[in-house]
Design a protein around this ligand. Structure first.
Ligand code: SAH
Length: 343
């Protein structure tokens, strides 16, 4: 029998579950507090519950817990990268970055990825499975515990395509935002997608107020088709229309990610095309020197070149910044630690 993980349930779901056991509803709130505030590892620790009830809980339920397999700390800027082992022996990566404005964590949402982007390490060995809400959440909890810190910002930019694991990701967002739990503001959460149009529309309807990052990486379908297979299903015009609907619904500007790859998408003509495409869209462009991944032949554009690309966008009225590289000495581009472990 697979036991239900109580860490993956919202308070409302937990209340239903507990009432189903014939226990009073307030017990659910107590358990929720033990899991999400006191961060208990076992039902045994929940000492304000009757012993017989604790016994019943451990017989029928689990509390998902990730274990640290590897931990790398950057000597340059203190960025910490974890390789976490999931209960079934799979691995995901999590990164903690320290900024002036607080501690920001980058979490994974899937083991592997189906999307097949040509430049990305996370997708090279294909897709294994979705993470549960509790497994996404426990990346935050384990990291806070290990470093004895409070995390204020979350980015869903680790391994996996979060909108391809829609339900669990939304449950995770509700859990991390719960006033009875970690209580992280949805304004401090960004979700990055390769551009699943139907799911962007679903997300718009939920009006969660998170920041949507869209991995664009090209301003024309021919180039984007080559780099990102998802573009063949949802071409740029459809994607941008969904982005427009998202900003109309939520009033939140979109952050477009653009990884600059030498000779592929970094000409001044590319910059013009991009500016033209985004004109009138409430947005911001994040330029990233592509991380060079072992299995691909892509090279990053030169620093000067990236500045020129940025200047061109700004000249055309598009807000653009260059992403600072953190943890350059440990990160080896996202997805690579897990690849090493599995090979
Ligand atoms: N699946 C989601 C989130 C995970 S990837 C998405 O596609 O957005 C997080 C970001 O890293 C995305 O913008 C992705 O395109 C980018 N990325 C992946 N591989 C990269 C690489 N080698 N160099 C730079 N950025 C990369």
């Amino acid at each position: 029998m697979i036991k239900t993980d109580l860490k993956s349930l919202t308070l409302e779901q937990l209340q239903e579950e507990i009432e189903g056991l014939g226990e009073p509803k307030f017990r659910a709130k107590q358990i929720f507090d033990w899991i999400h505030v006191k961060r208990a590892d076992s039902f045994e620790q929940m000492t304000n519950l009757p012993a017989s009830f604790r016994q019943k809980l451990s017989e029928n339920y689990t509390l998902t817990q990730l274990k640290t397999e590897r931990k790398l700390v950057s000597r340059l800027d203190g960025t910490v990268k974890y390789l976490y082992r999931l209960p079934d022996g799979e691995y995901v990566e999590t990164v903690l970055m320290k900024y002036q404005h607080g501690n920001s964590i980058c979490v994974s949402s899937q083991v592997g990825c189906k999307m097949g982007c040509a430049f990305c390490a996370s997708t090279k060995a294909g897709f294994v499975r979705n993470l549960s809400a509790g497994e996404i959440l426990d990346q935050v909890y384990q990291t806070e515990r290990d470093l004895n810190i409070k995390i204020s910002h979350v980015v869903m930019m680790g391994i996996g395509e979060p909108l391809d694991n829609f339900q669990n990701v939304v449950t995770f967002l509700r859990l991390i935002n719960s006033p009875f739990g970690a209580n992280i503001s949805l304004r401090n959460i960004s979700l990055s997608t390769c551009g699943l149009v139907d799911q962007i529309d679903e997300l718009s309807k939920l009006k969660l107020g998170i920041t949507l990052s869209v991995s664009l990486h090209a301003g024309d379908d021919r180039t984007r088709d080559k780099m990102m297979p998802v573009n063949r299903k949802y071409p740029i015009a459809e994607l941008l229309a969904a982005c427009k609907r998202y900003t109309d619904e939520t009033n939140r500007r979109i952050s477009f990610e653009y990884a600059l790859i030498k000779g592929e998408n970094d000409s001044m003509e590319d910059a013009h095309r991009l500016a033209h495409l985004l004109r009138g869209q409430l947005c911001h462009v994040n330029l990233i020197p592509v991380n060079e991944v072992k299995e691909t032949h892509f090279q990053k554009s030169g620093r000067e070149h990236i500045y020129r690309f940025q200047k061109e966008l700004i000249k055309q009225g598009i807000n653009a910044t260059i992403r600072r590289t953190l943890g350059a000495d440990i990160s080896a581009a996202c997805g690579q630690l897990r690849r090493e472990r599995n090979s």
